[in-house]
Design a protein around this ligand. Sequence first.
Ligand SMILES: C[S@@+](CC[C@H](N)C(=O)[O-])C[C@H]1O[C@@H](n2cnc3c(N)ncnc32)[C@H](O)[C@@H]1O
Length: 272
Amino acid sequence: MKIESSLIWAETKLKNSCNRPRFEAELLLAHFLKKDRTYLHAFDNREIENIDGFKKLVERRANYEPFEYIVGSVSFYDIELEVEQGVLIPRPETEILIDLVSNIIEKENITSIAEIGIGSGAISIVLAIKFPNLKIVATDISKIAIGVAKKNIEHFKLENRVEVIESNLIDEVKEPIELVVSNPPYIANNFKLEPNVANYEPKEALFGGEVGDELLKKIVLSVKKRGIKYLACEMGYDQKEPMEKFFKEIGIKRYKFYKDLAEIDRGFILFF
Ligand SMILES: C[S@@+](CC[C@H](N)C(=O)[O-])C[C@H]1O[C@@H](n2cnc3c(N)ncnc32)[C@H](O)[C@@H]1O
C-alpha cells in the first residue's frame, strides 16, 4: 500500500477514537517509518513495506489505546519521557504544579524535597533539571512506575540527585525534607472515565478512594506529622471545599488554592 492510501485507510479507522484522525494517522505512520511528517507529504506515492505493522498500531489506537503508550513516549514541560502501560501519562496541567513549586524552591533556597507518587518521573525530573543543587527522594507503590521512572532518570543522568524508593506516601523517606510535592490519585472510585483512560491507565494512579480525596488527606496528615514546611498537591476540580474544611479541622491556617489555565480549581499549597 502507498503512503497516501494507507493514511486514508487509517483516517477512516480512527474516526471514532480520535478528535483529529488524519493528524494522528500521520503521526503514527511517521513514528512507524521513523521519519517526520514532512516525509509523508514529500513521498506520498511510496510503497510501505510491512504495512501490517502499521495497521496493528492503527488498530490499537482505534481501540482507544492512548497515542503515548503506542509510541512509548510523551512530551512534558520541555522534555520527552518514556511511558508504557502501567504508568500514568503525565498531563499538561501538572506543569502548573511544577512552576508553583519552582517559585518556592527559588525563594526559600530549598535543596531537599520529596515527591509522593513519581509515576514516569515527570515532576521530579523537570525539577531536578531546573535546580542543579536540588536532591529529591521520590516514592511510588507501583513497581512498573518505579522501573519507568528509573529509566527516565538515567536517561537524563540524574541518578545522583533523584532517588526512587518503593514506599507508601513518605513512610520510607528517612532523610530531612523541606518540601513535599505530589500529584496523587484523586478521582472517586466510581467516577466514569473516558475509555482511553479507564481501559488503559493504571487504577492505582487514578483512584483516590470512595470519595476521591482520601489519599490527599492522608498525604496532608503525614507531611504535617513530619513537620515538613511545605506541601504542594494537585487535586480534582471539585475538591477545594472538602479540602479547605479538612485543613480547618486539623488546624492548618496557611494555605493557598490554585487554578489551571481553564480557571478550574486544580490544587493547593500548604505552609506549615
Ligand atoms: C496521578 S499519578 C502521578 C504520576 C506523576 N507524578 C505525574 O504527575 O505524572 C499518581 C502516582 O501515585 C502512585 N501512588 C498511588 N498511591 C500511592 C501511595 N500510597 N504512595 C505512593 N505512591 C502512590 C501511583 O502508583 C502513581 O504512579
